[in-house]
Design a protein around this ligand. Structure first.
Ligand code: HEM
Length: 70
């Protein structure tokens, strides 16, 4: 249960970081020619979102199969 709460919190926080970086990238791109690495920056929180999101997605199925075997 503790791990579920942990991954949900991390997912929520990473989604905020992701949105802020994307908005920041958009503003910098609108102002001039941004360095290329700026567009790779959102991939860091997106990777966290993918892992924690995958975990959150699997939770109900894992709980169901655990209940069925118990
Ligand atoms: C990268 C792939 C992603 C996957 C596989 C994924 C998957 C999920 C899953 C399975 C849930 C739980 C839904 C439930 O409660 O049953 C969730 C919740 C959520 N996702 Fe994602 N997600 C992804 C990306 C994102 C992105 C890009 C954002 C926003 C920028 C985002 C924001 C959220 C938020 C705010 C919640 C609710 C968290 C909470 O309950 O407090 N996710 N996501």
């Amino acid at each position: 249960m503790e791990r579920n709460r942990w991954s949900r919190n991390l997912h929520r926080q990473a989604s905020l970081v992701f949105v802020v970086i994307v908005l920041f990238d958009a503003v910098v791109a609108a102002l001039g020619t941004p360095p290329e690495w700026l567009f790779f920056l959102p991939l860091i929180p997106l990777a966290v979102l993918l892992v924690t999101g995958g975990h959150l997605f699997a939770l109900p199925y894992r709980q169901r199969s655990r209940r069925a075997t118990a």
